[in-house]
Design a protein around this ligand. Structure first.
Ligand SMILES: [Zn+2]
Length: 474
């Protein structure tokens, strides 16, 4: 069998390109305008209705797809964000599960002139605006890939596209849907996750591991009300106590996290990191740091592993601390810090949360009132070994649509659903990918979707769906 006849069709990219320009971009542009912030950032999401508007937009677009057998349904469990379930029957009984989400991160400050979170702007190859890249493009990519397969006449397995609306809140509504929809989801044989990233825009990227995350609020209370800071030196500062507590977790000189939150990394992951650094060269580890500032590690392989397999602590927010302009000479009664501990892919997230609380709350300095209120943690994920057919399908798709082989790497973010699926379906194969590449700045200001990447990825997904059928049914 020739290489070409194993892929979806010679014209797949032309078709995908046309769909993107004519159908997808006008709809994705309207999606960007909707402030469909995830429940963690918009607790009144149900009353505000933005998530429902995003869901309705996607539902409407999906219903108009000329895909044979496609059913479109928005499932709503009481008190939870909705979930879009798109099913396409196949020629074989195996299930390919495609995943994305339609809830968004909040606005963030720092958008450049003319850009803004809810202002879609196309400049050259980029479509700017919140949620276009993370992860609004996913449903359009998934259905267009399926449509491309059908147009080519190639058979495919049953496909289920699942778009959730709670991912940026740790997918807290998803387990309930997994239970409620277990029979309809079936047992996925291949999972295609479209919510990850790419190391460049020049080839196809697969994500082999994701870190987990434990978020929570550390509060240190020292006074029942603020007092004149003439009393400083006598009343211990809540900020100093918080610093002291953080040092129980993190070495403040190096950022190293205590052993409780570390794992032994599989050796193959170091080899992957070496290959990625060799491919990306100077492009790897490019962040908008201040002039003359250095990153945490000098060696690029160690740097990459620090961001993918080592734990790291961030302080995301603070309460009890006035803005600079409002700050008087007062010993503040309390300090609250929102902490975010990224944990290695294979660390037990529930146990890590328990341990973090224990370390922070045990033996509070000076007997201050210390609490750590944890959110539900997101577990990390380490991919099972990729079967040979999938590996060669990914390389072939990448060669065909990018002219280069595929690359694989771990990433530092979390996708809770991958861990859920990995635990539930240990035999499933995973193709975790996405358009989050250099400069795209998902979650930050000036987020953009790299359009050539999105189009080529769509064509690659079509090829992988075809290759899956061939691998299973010959
Ligand atoms: Zn995302």
């Amino acid at each position: 069998m020739s290489e070409r006849s194993r892929t979806s069709s010679p014209g797949v990219f032309d078709f995908v390109e046309r769909r993107w320009e004519e159908d997808i971009l006008p709809t994705l542009t309207r999606y960007i305008e909707i402030p469909a912030k995830s429940p963690a950032f918009d607790p009144q999401w149900a009353a505000h209705g933005h998530i429902d508007r995003a869901v309705a937009l996607i539902e409407d677009w999906s219903r108009r797809r000329p895909i044979e057998g496609l059913t479109v349904e928005t499932v709503r469990l009481p008190g939870r964000t909705p979930l879009i379930l798109l099913e396409v029957p196949g020629t074989s009984a195996e299930t390919v599960l495609l995943y994305g989400h339609c809830d968004k991160q909040p606005e963030m400050v720092g958008w450049s002139d003319g850009l803004g979170p809810w202002i879609p702007v196309r400049r050259g190859e980029r479509l700017y605006g919140r949620g276009g890249q993370d992860d609004g493009y996913a449903v359009f990519c998934a259905l267009t890939a399926i449509e491309a397969v059908q147009r080519s006449g190639a058979p495919h397995a049953r496909c289920v596209v699942l778009i959730e609306a709670c991912e940026e809140s740790g997918s807290r509504d998803l387990p309930a849907y997994m239970e409620a929809l277990a029979a309809r989801l079936g047992e996925p044989d291949l999972v295609i996750c479209l919510d990850s990233g790419c190391g460049n825009y020049d080839q196809l990227w697969g994500t082999t591991s994701l870190r987990g995350i434990v978020n929570g609020v550390l509060t240190v209370e020292v006074l029942s009300e603020g007092v004149h800071s003439g009393a400083s030196g006598m009343v211990p500062s809540s900020f100093r106590i918080a610093r002291q507590l953080l040092s129980r977790i993190e070495d403040e000189r190096t950022g190293a996290i205590v052993k409780d939150f570390q794992v032994v990394m599989p050796p193959a992951r170091r080899e992957e990191a070496r290959a990625v650094v060799a491919t990306l060269g100077a492009e790897f580890g490019r962040f908008p740091v201040m002039p003359d500032m250095r990153l945490a590690k000098e060696d690029p392989v160690e740097l990459m592993l620090a961001g993918t397999w080592e734990p790291a602590l961030s302080v995301l927010g603070a309460d009890g601390i006035p803005a600079v302009v409002d700050a008087g000479n007062v010993i503040r009664p309390k300090t609250s810090l929102k902490l975010s501990l990224r944990i290695p892919p294979t660390l037990d997230a529930v146990e890590a949360t328990r341990r973090l609380r224990e370390i922070l709350e045990t033996g509070p300095p000076y007997g201050a009132r210390v609490t750590f209120q944890a959110q539900t943690p997101s577990p990390g994920w380490d991919a099972p070994a990729t079967e040979p057919w999938l590996l060669s399908a990914l390389h072939a798709a990448s060669e065909r649509h990018f002219g280069k082989p595929a690359m694989f790497r771990g990433t530092g973010g979390a996708i809770p659903f991958m861990a859920m699926l990995g635990a539930r379906f240990p035999r499933a194969q995973f193709f975790v990918t996405g358009t989050g590449g250099p400069g795209c700045n998902a979650h930050g200001p000036n987020e953009f979707l790299h359009l050539p990447m999105a189009k080529r990825l769509t064509a690659c997904v079509a090829d992988v769906i075809v290759a899956h059928y061939r691998a299973r049914r010959g």
